[in-house]
Design a protein around this ligand. Sequence first.
Ligand code: ZN
Ligand code: ZN
Length: 450
Amino acid sequence: MIVRAALPTTDVLIRGVHAVDVRAGLDGLSDVLVVDGKIAELVPTGGLDSYDTGGLTVIDGAGLHCFPGFFDPHVHARTPGQGYKETIATCTAAAAAGGFTGIVAMPNTNPVVDSTSVFGALLETARQGAVIGIGFTACITKGMKGAELTEMAALKDLGAVAFTDDGLPVTDAHIFRMACRYQQLVGSVLMLHEEEHALSGGGAMNEGAVSAALGISGQPNIAESTLIARDGAIALYEDARIHVQHISASESLDAVREARGRGTKITAEASPHHLCLTDEKCRSLDTNCKMNPPLRTEKDRQALIAAVLDGTIDCIATDHAPHSRDEKALPFEEAPFGSTGLETSFAACYTELVLGHGLELGRLVELLGSGAELIDLQPAKLIAGEPADLCLVDLGRRWIVGEDGYVSKSANSAFAGLELQGKVVLTLSHGAVAHRDAALDHPFDTAGTR
Ligand SMILES: [Zn+2]
Ligand SMILES: [Zn+2]
């Protein structure tokens, strides 16, 4: 179940915008009319020239692109209990600033989301504060302790969109097997943080030349890939559906391909920071570049990009993980894992994958939406009659991450200070203005035409 606050909608006519949506077979200059929260018309530019614009906000879309709203299946919204890092309101606002109209929140909160009472309260909070759609996952095991399964069926009935102990692996193979059996019964996918603790051993970064030079303990690639291989085998045996979160290592991609080749129902995500950055960024001991799994080597990064291009990776997910300045001010070994990512996701991927590696723009838009399919939802579509979940992007605009601050409550971006290209300037969620860039060239008010 996806929930959002009931916000007032704005009726909008966007003229002459380059609309791109592979799923809708769309790639060309269009006029987009949004009325009562839905896409009322979407026609080649000029088709609505005689439309009565009284009462509409008219936007000159020249030079802008229009995409279906993005969907992020992996976000830490820090609710309940960690409002000093992020809230539902700030997290969904940050997502809207990144062009997202739907996100899925992880359950490693305080308390963790492992009971129907916590889950029910969370839905209520989101109905008040979420400016875009948000769905919630519930834990696989009680207390995320890995010993006893949660009431998965009851949580699913209440609206849990998936199950995960993200932050931790399901270490016990028998418990994981039982989770697979329940997955079969309840249907919602198991989202897996794959990390063999016996191998990762509390490492603060990738194990390699950089960790050796810094004298910091590292996590080897096989800490990730070996658990994917185990879980792929168990999931196949039980015919369960699993999704591998934040793949970082080249060996892990092989593990996914092998499992898939044997018939395992397995999907996989990659995060913008793993696609764009390497452990070289850790040489400065910038704790914003400390995340789990860690930034890997250039070889891993290139393997991940190749896996995006060849379809091994099913979707892009940010693993947006806000932390306070005080927490990230600790020494590298002690600082918490995680980088924010919602506000930079599109720009980072556009800059690195489209401009840098020749990924088709339409394919990137698709990869930024297909996370919805993990939870059995249709991605947003630019088609008349669909909810108006869309964003406008200035692909030519270059910007320095963090120069204007962040919409997120936290500032721990691994991309801070880097120049990216492509800026989301407007996001509509079910026809409500969820984000509007301050520098939107086109005056945007409800007074009418311009
Ligand atoms: Zn994780
Ligand atoms: Zn995570």
